[in-house]
Design a protein around this ligand. Structure first.
Ligand code: ADP
Length: 656
């Protein structure tokens, strides 16, 4: 079969066919603007039939808010004969939905240049318009969100922006302690806001409800109800009164989107359309969700700001409270700022500080130079230095003892914050305590010496009497007197060391003999342990024999005391590179790492063993002082539960 080419269409027919195939509204009016033709799309879009169209024309479906503007532009065009262009919303009569159109009209003139018709089109620009509007709205909202760091205030602004642009009602609901707090509500009419807020006062929301706000908060997913039907209202209303109320509000469409922070919905924004009859679609929901995301960010910012502000306030309170000295320093010595507590402590003034007269290095006594270096190294390595004792030179030249701790604030600039506590009072108290120990031990020592003398006389008498029982009593008395004597001597030593008055009597003697004598003496009093000596030094040293014996006795008696379940102690002596190294090893309770460096402090005793073993915690303090005075070092190596080895060295070269 041969296809027939259709006869070409002419003039008006051609126009109509074309106009009907175009996906736009095409219209023609007479010179006065009276419509005389609409294309097929018009009927499709508006839902109006020919009769309705003839009766009321296009004007009936223009959004009431756009009518005035359209009339004005149209009248202007007819008056001037210039092309017409205007954006407006047109309603679909059947669904009630409005969409945005761009209307354009041009005059058609006859040979005399007189307008005899207007031909125009109305193009659906709804999607572009909505996208553009959404972008504009989000930009405005973002600006509002970034303007304040009070998030309730910010969300109030956002809610106001959403009305009437997106919805007739907008409310932001917050969860506080898992309950709904008073919401933020926006509506064009302030009276309605007040009314709605009143309604929320006594509301009882079933937080377990399977849809609506509780579900959005629980599931962290949005809900969109494009069209609220009467049935839905009935289902949602708990009472007839509720239903009547909802009906009165006139819900058309609802969107609820969660505001999620740290994976928790802390709030939700509800958009409700009522009087505008607008039906939300998925594009509206997308925009609402975007708004919620931006709101979440703003809230997080606000929270962060609030936390920082709070911390700043707390810190300012600490700085101003002047309980401790607070300084902002640099590792090079600069003091950038200091509170009154520090200034008072050191006797400097605010103006000294402002004029840069204060530098922590220059007001630190020269004796602390090596300590300063250690501190700087430590702070650069760990970012913090735990409290240590030092002194500052006051403006009047005297010194103030302090405890100080610092933290590095910025590694690049080496900015630090330093806390300084005046410990003058504590030092005074310590001094008084030391003085007391000195006086008390002295007072005890005098009668003890007399007792010892009388017991010696008694001993001689009993020896002559030959009474064996009395002899053992006197022997025991002597043992206790000796123990008491050595305790008092130790206490006296402590106060001597503190006062820098411990005197050493140097002489030359064979070191190996000292080791042997000390071991023998201890073995004599404590036969429970076998003390083994390994090695020889074959060295004559110059030292205080009595004091070094004291060190040995202390280490050996400790080794025995702290190893009740063992019976062996190993003493090793070694001469190497101009120094003697001596170790005393036991197989007892051992010492945890954290305690090891503290053992040599005055009165320090390991807490876990202090209850089981009696002692004063001064033996090692005295011993290490004696060794230091001999130019040596003392330390310990141990694994808790596996015994301990105490070491000390004595230089044999460069001896005084
Ligand atoms: P004291 O023994 O009188 O307490 P010291 O100054 O001699 O005082 O010792 C200090 C602390 O060190 C002791 O209290 C104990 O906790 C610990 N210590 C000393 N020697 C040993 C050791 N050989 N084994 C385990 N712990 C020890």
């Amino acid at each position: 079969m041969k296809l027939m080419r259709p006869a070409p269409l002419k003039g008006e027919d051609m126009f109509r066919v074309l106009a009907d195939t175009i996906p736009q509204i095409v219209w023609i009016t007479d010179p006065k603007g009276q419509a005389i033709y609409y294309n097929k799309y018009w009927y499709e879009y508006s839902g109006a039939d020919i009769e309705q169209t003839n009766k009321e024309g296009w004007f009936q479906i223009i959004h009431p808010e756009d009518k005035y503007g359209v009339i004005k532009s149209w009248q202007e065009a007819i008056k001037t004969g210039k092309p017409y262009e205007r954006e407006y919303r047109l309603k679909n009569i059947k669904t009630g939905e409005y969409r945005w159109f761009l209307g354009r009209g041009v005059p058609i003139r006859d040979n005399d240049n007189k307008i005899n018709q207007w031909v125009g089109t109305s193009t659906d620009i709804h999607s572009q318009k909505i996208t553009l509007e959404a972008q504009e709205f989000l930009a405005k909202a973002s600006k509002a969100l970034s303007e304040s760091l009070n998030y309730r205030l910010t969300l109030k602004r956002v809610a106001s922006l959403a009305v009437p642009h997106i919805a007739d009602w907008c409310s932001v609901e917050f969860l506080e302690d898992d309950k709904l707090a008073t919401p933020i509500i926006a509506h064009r009419d302030p009276k309605k806001v007040k009314w709605a807020l009143n309604l929320t006062k006594n509301r009882k929301i079933d937080m377990e409800a399977s849809s609506g706000l509780p579900q959005v908060l629980r599931s962290k997913t949005s809900e969109l109800y494009p069209l609220i039907t009467d049935q839905m209202l009935k289902a949602a209303a708990k009472t007839k009164k509720d239903y009547a109320l909802m009906k009165k509000i006139g819900f058309t469409s609802v969107m609820i989107v969660p505001i999620i922070i740290d994976n928790k919905a802390i709030a939700a924004i509800q958009f409700v359309s009522t009087e505008s009859k607008k039906q939300f679609n998925r594009y509206d929901l997308q925009m609402a969700e975007e708004l919620a995301t931006r709101s979440a960010l703003a809230i997080q910012n606000a929270n962060l700001y609030e936390a920082v502000k709070q911390r700043e306030l707390q810190f300012k309170a600490l700085f101003d409270a002047n309980i401790v000295g607070v300084l902002f320093t640099r590792l090079n010595g600069t003091i950038k700022d200091a509170n009154d507590a520090f200034l008072q402590m050191t006797g400097y003034s605010q103006s000294d500080l402002e004029h840069g007269h204060l530098n922590w290095k220059t007001i630190t006594p020269s004796g602390f130079k090596s300590e300063n270096k250690r501190i700087i190294k430590e702070i650069l390595k760990h970012g913090i230095i735990s409290p240590f004792e030092k002194e500052y030179i006051k403006k009047d030249g005297s010194q103030v003892p302090v405890i100080e701790g610092s933290a590095l604030l910025d590694k690049k600039t080496e900015d630090c914050i330093t806390f300084v506590l005046d410990i003058t009072e504590r030092k005074r108290l310590e001094q008084r305590k030391d003085e007391f120990i000195g006086i008390a031990s002295h007072e005890l020592k005098t009668p003890l010496t007399s007792i010892k003398g009388y017991v010696q006389i008694l001993e001689r008498i009993i020896e002559q009497m030959g009474d064996e029982q009395l002899k053992t009593y006197v022997k025991k008395t002597n043992t206790y007197i000796n123990r008491l004597n050595s305790l008092i001597s130790d206490l006296l030593d402590v106060s001597k060391i503190q006062a820098g008055k411990m005197e050493l009597n140097f002489s030359r003697f064979r070191f190996d003999t000292l080791v042997k004598d000390a071991v023998e003496a201890v073995t004599h009093t404590s036969p429970s342990h076998k003390i083994q000596i390994n090695g020889k030094t074959n060295t004559v040293i110059k030292g205080d024999k009595h004091r070094l014996e004291q060190v040995f006795t202390n280490l050996l008696t400790n080794a025995i005391k702290y190893s009740p379940n063992a019976d062996k102690i190993i003493v090793k002596v070694l001469k190497h590179k101009g120094e003697l190294t001596i170790s005393v090893q036991d197989f007892g309770v051992g010492i945890a790492k954290k305690d090891q460096s503290k053992l040599f402090q005055r009165f320090y005793r390991v807490e876990s063993t202090a209850k089981k073993f009696s002692g004063l915690g001064i033996g090692l303090y005295i011993s290490s002082e004696i060794i230091q005075r001999h130019g040596g070092k003392m330390w310990v190596e141990s694994i808790k539960g596996k015994g301990a080895t105490f070491y000390f060295t004595i230089p044999t070269k460069k001896q005084k």
